[in-house]
Structure formats: C-alpha cells, structure tokens
Write a protein that binds this ligand. Structure first.
Ligand code: ADP
Length: 487
C-alpha cells in the first residue's frame, strides 16, 4: 500500500508530544511491513535540522490559491531515520511557519488551514495519488474535505483521520474561511463557528482514535467536548486502536542517548543483576550530573510531560513532595506553554535546588528524556484525561514502574498489582481512580513501599513490564485493517 501521512509533528525533527512519536513509530512499522510511506510536514523554522538527511529543494515552486490571491511555496524533500519526508515552505513575508514553536499564537488556525490547502496542492503538483491519505488531529483534518473538491482521478483512494486528542478541535470565526478562500459547508460549521476536526470526521472514509477506552469516553458529553453527537453519528466508521512505541527508538539495549545499556534478552536469560546494574549506572551518571545523591536504596520517581492542565500539574507537584516525605527522590522534565504554570514550576525548581533529592528541568530535551526513563524506578502519570499516553509504555520498557490515574489509554495499558481483575502475570503498575491527592498517595505510597520493603516483588513487576511488547508491531495490523476498509 502507498500511504501518505499529513502531519504536524515527527520525532525527532518536530516534536511537541506523543503525536510526533506516533507518526515516527507507525510509519516505520508500516515500512518494515513492506508498505511505502511518505510524510508531509510544514517546514518550520524550529525543525531540528540535524535530524534531516538529504535535504533538498524538490521542484519548482507551487502555488496555493487563497481568498486574497495566491501564495508560492517551496517543496523540499528529506529523509528522517530513513523515512521519506516532504516539507512545505510558504514564500514571502507571510511565512506561516517562521516561529519558535509548532503550535500557539493568534493565527494558529489560519496557519494550519493554510498547511492543509498546501498539502493538497503539493500532492497534485507531485502527481501523487496515494492509496491512503492519513490525517492527524484538527490541524490537518480539513484535508479530508479539500480533497473531495479534486477530480476523482486525482483523489487518494481512501482518507483516514486519527483523533489524538478531541479537546483540540480547530474552532474559529467564519472569517477564517473567507481569508483562505474556502466555502462554508454544513459539515464545517459547529454552532456559530467553524470546527475543523468535525469536518474531518464527517468527510474521512474511516476515523480512528488512540485507545479503545478513549473512544468510549468520546461518546459521552464530558469526553466528547461538544463533538459527542458527531462521534455517535459516525460511530460505525470509528475505531479505537492503541498507540504503540517504536521498539528501536525506545530500546534500553541500543538507545542512542544512553552511555550504559541493559536488555530484555538479559531478562529472558534470567540475568537480572545485569539489568539492575545497567539501570543503576544510568541512574548514578544522571543523578551526579543533576547534583543529586544516587543510591540503590532510594527509589527515584520521575515524570516527563507537557505541563498543561490535562497532565495534572498540581498532582505532579503533590507527588514530588510526597515522594520526598517518603524518602524517595524525584526528577521532573517538563515545559509549559502556560505562563502561570511555568512560573509555578520555576518556583518549585528553585526550592528543589536547595536540597539534593529533587530536580526539575523545564526544557524539552529528547536525550534527557531517554536517560530519565532508564534511570528512574517509578513513573508518574496523574492525568485528568489521557487519550492514550505513551510515557507509561516507554517507562515500562525501561523498567520504571508506572503510577497512573485510570483514564483513557491508561485504563488499557496499566494494570494495578493489587486491584486489577487481570491475572497477576499481566499486572504491571499502580493505579488510582480519582484525580486528587488521596488517589496519588494511595498508588504512590504502595509503589514506594514495594520498592523499599518487598524488593523481590518489585523486581518481578519491573521485569514483567519490560517483557511485555507495547510496540507498533502489535497494533499496526489494526491500522492496516482500517486502511483496507477505507479503500
Ligand atoms: P502528549 O502527546 O499528550 O504530550 P504522550 O504521553 O502521548 O503525551 O507523549 C509524550 C511524548 O513527549 C513522550 O515521548 C515523552 O517522552 C515526550 N515528552 C514530553 N515532555 C517532554 C520534555 N519536556 N522533553 C522531552 N520529551 C518530552
């Protein structure tokens, strides 16, 4: 099959969160399975250019018609970890992607509306007719509608939209369409505004979301965020497929960002001491660099997250204090686009620097993220809602035991050691129901106590988590099935 992904993120060149990992991991698994995959991205100024190979201008400029005239674009091609990528760069002063960040800003919707138009024109310009055009979230959802305006022989054979987070829908005033030169349709309108995600759901041949539990939530008034009616109307073409992780990129035995490695093969050969030794070397190196005192006797808890309300920042803060009270250590890697949250965690960061038991790093740093997954013993995910969540899957692979709130994809992936109805061999972490401090304490205290007082049980739980396969190999066949239905 020939699949083109139209996306706004791709690990490691343009990453804001899990979407980037999904585009990378799913695409690489599809390629491994023998399919052809290409990815269309905006050529952001903030791309990590070091990760782009063979970057070149691909063709003469192509033009996109807008409300007030036309705009020329340069089309680049490149490779990212062997994946073929097309990059679109609008010309002239009105350069939509000349920003320091991927998202945000007053013209965010206008920018991605433009990108959707430009992606359609790029396909036409290249004379490409994919079997499947795979769209992701509101920024590219409108492509499903725009593509229908092409002659039948130029359209892709099937269009699939994946909803990674229904909280963000691309809503804005009707004037945005006028600026873009796009006619208003019933499917585009939601209340008094336009809603790009809604248009994508209405016009795509098939729709997926990122976990079975999140699909259930999206059908309800709370989880559907105003689109529950649209979800229910199209329920027969929507399915929930769990995200996976890229088993090469996230691999403790060969991780490009680690100086010390440990492997699942060692576990399978019963060589637990080697695994523990590998983890403790990473921990010692990282803690020393951070100015903390590493110790095999002290559990190191960690969280790696965007600091936004969805991720429960106040619960993370509480978890940090609670871990210290219980004699543990804490590392938090996270940045916030919200000034008040950023300020709150900067204050906490300063407070932590007075001691040696906790550190907060307020950056986006892929390399450090890998080191923290490998060094940590426990991993916190106290999300208020979580469509799938990847950090718990990565943590499990690196032998860090999740403490997770039971919501969305966390319900499908983290199974409590004491309360899960699953057989004990499937249980892999500590969970809680209510997103409050009592919930956090209940799960976190049990994890810390298990580490300190029942080390053998803790180690067998860790090994169990490392053995389980949460890679894209498991879930890509379900995507292929959706693609076949779309065709
Ligand atoms: P979301 O997509 O909602 O942000 P996910 O759990 O699906 O959450 O994916 C988060 C991804 O982003 C993971 O790969 C995680 O390691 C990464 N990540 C989050 N914050 C940071 C950070 N500050 N630095 C590096 N990587 C981060």
């Amino acid at each position: 099959m020939y699949i083109v992904q139209v996306a706004t993120e791709l690990t490691p060149v343009a990453k804001e969160g899990g979407l980037a990992d999904v585009i990378q991991g799913l695409s690489r698994e599809l390629v491994r399975a023998g399919h052809t995959v290409e990815i269309i991205l905006p050529k952001y100024d903030c791309l990590h250019k070091g990760a782009l190979q063979d970057l070149r201008i691909e063709s003469p400029q192509f033009v996109v018609k807008r409300g007030g005239g036309t705009l020329s674009n340069t089309l680049f091609s490149a490779r990212v970890d062997r994946l073929k990528v097309w990059l679109i760069e609008p010309q002239g002063p009105e350069h939509f992607f000349k920003r320091r960040t991927i998202y945000g800003g007053a013209d965010e919707i206008e920018r991605f509306l433009y990108f959707s138009q430009a992606a359609v024109q790029a396909l036409l310009h290249l004379g490409k007719r994919p079997d499947i055009l795979h769209l992701h979230d509101w920024p590219t959802a409108l492509v499903a509608l725009l593509i229908e305006q092409l002659p039948v022989e130029a359209r892709p054979r099937g269009v699939v939209l994946t909803i990674h987070n229904i909280h963000h829908q691309g809503q804005g005033g009707l004037d945005l369409l006028e600026k873009a030169g796009i006619a208003l349709t019933e499917e585009l309108k939601h209340g008094t505004e336009i809603n790009l995600l809604k248009a994508g759901i209405e016009h795509s041949s098939q729709v997926t979301t990122v976990s079975p539990e999140y699909l259930k939530e999206m059908e309800g008034a709370k989880g559907g965020c105003g689109l529950e009616g649209v979800v229910k109307k199209h329920r027969s073409k929507i399915c929930g497929i769990l995200n996976g992780i890229d088993a090469d990129f996230w691999n403790p035995s060969s991780d490009r960002y680690l100086d010390f490695h440990y492997t699942t093969e060692q576990i399978n050969q019963g060589r637990l001491p080697q695994v523990l030794e590998g983890k403790s070397l990473v921990k010692a190196q990282l803690c020393q660099r951070m100015g903390m005192n590493p110790s095999k006797e002290i559990p190191l808890a960690a969280a790696i997250t965007r600091l936004v309300p969805q991720k429960g920042p106040s619960l993370l803060k509480h978890a940090l204090y609670r871990t210290l009270e219980q004699g543990g250590q804490f590392l938090l890697l996270g940045a916030s686009p919200i000034p008040s949250i950023q300020a709150e965690f900067e204050a906490l960061q300063k407070e932590c620097l007075k001691g040696t038991q906790a550190r907060i790093i307020m950056e986006t740093d892929e390399s450090l993220a890998h080191q923290i997954y490998a060094a940590s013993d426990l991993f916190l995910i106290p999300s208020l809602f979580e469509p799938c969540g990847l950090t718990q899957l990565i943590a499990l692979r690196y032998g860090s035991i999740p403490v997770a709130r039971l919501t969305g994809g966390l319900v499908n992936t983290v199974f409590d050691i004491d309360t899960s109805p699953l057989p004990s061999a499937k249980r892999n972490g500590f969970t809680f129901d209510d997103p409050d401090t009592h919930g956090v304490n209940w799960a976190l205290d049990r994890d810390l106590a298990c580490y300190k007082e029942k080390r053998e049980r803790w180690q067998s739980l860790m090994l169990q988590g490392m053995r389980d396969d949460w890679s894209w190999k498991q879930t890509t066949p379900a995507y292929l099935e959706v693609y076949r239905r779309a065709l």
